[in-house]
Design a binder for this molecule. Sequence first.
Ligand code: GLU
Length: 453
Amino acid sequence: MASVYDRQVDFDTFMEGVEKRNPGQDEFVQAVREVAADVFPFIEDKPEYHEAQILRRIAEPDRIVSFRVCWEDDDNNVRVERGWRVQNNNAIGPYKGGIRFHPTVNESVLKFLAFEQTFKNSLTGLPMGGGKGGSNFNPRGKSDNEVMRFCQSFMTELYRHIGPHTDVPAGDIGVGSREIGYLFGQYKRLTGRWEGVLTGKGCEYGGSAMRPEATGYGAVYFLRNMLTRSEHDVEGKTAVISGAGNVATHAAKKINALGGKVLTLSDSDGFVHDPDGIDQDKIAWVRELKNERRGRISEYVEEFTGATYHEGKRPWHVECDVAMPCATQNELEADEARALVDNGVMAVCEGANMPTTKNGVDVFHEADVLYAPGKAANAGGVAVSGLEMSQNAERVSWNREKLDDMLLDLMSDIHDKCVDRGAGSRGRVNYVKGANIAGFERVAGAMLAFGVM
Ligand code: GLU
């Protein structure tokens, strides 16, 4: 009997299905839509991908583990949070991706991040599948002891689902070296094994040199590759950067090192604008403010004269040559993209994951602005995590120079893949399309080889 199952559905029908199966999960649907919009035309004449339902399978996580995380605060109150690990796809390597602690974390956000991570990790060329985890726990205002107790409780549930050959988490928003230390310590205590189960570790216990710098530096290397291709350079350019965490501050450092000038940094309360430039000393002060004193960016203007603080605002109306959103998802909307374009921005390079909304991306594309999506531009972080895994497996540690050279090569390689797969008319490149197709091809090729599962 002939099957009524339509193997080669069109884009709209496919997206209707994604929406129906993931009700209320707007971020996840947004991420899938963006990839599917490029993959559908690409696979139109490749029935084997349709037959095997490859995209449908990548857009359905292999599994989602969700668990209760119970801990005691400093006043002995019992607190209850929710934790997750989304294991999206392990066709090309163990699940790999960060852990995020932030009140905005929910299943939709982690599913979108794990989906994006699958393509990002594929682009690096290294053997890493896609995953993401986290909790709605808010580290802001918590003592070190509270964070430690939370991390230990979180790992007490998570440890049975991860391992150096199954799933290797790392940091993300709200999870830095302090949290990775507590998480790794608890894993080791529970299993009795010292192994490369997390990346972003301290250098004393198996971490890789250059891992803290890798996402921000890598994003600026990608930006430089884009600019070079259109016969420009970072030198002399003004940059507006959002965020004040690990990615933003290292991006800012590299912009300065290459002769650019950083005008802004931000956090979720507002942004600072320093027309004199946020130089290396000022960045060191911001890093100390955020990492040691756990303060807010508003304090910057008390320390440095000439700067202004803009409460409740994002920095996208400040005139600049390049913009680097390095804070969080959907932090740059269409009207802000329009303001950047009107002010003459030439390149936008994402250090965060999906910081620009779909309509914002359309504005950049229509205005012919060089635009690099996070899954390509911020892949340097996870790439050096992949190198940390290699070093742990070999029981060696490489020096900064070697790792920086490898990072440079990895970012050039990702850039070239985007150019190859995203080439359009008159020498233009659609980096979104290039990243989506190049990322998809590798995962899809592996999945085809495995058969139906
Ligand atoms: N959280 C980072 C990202 O979004 C790094 C993940 C990792 O190193 O595994 O890519």
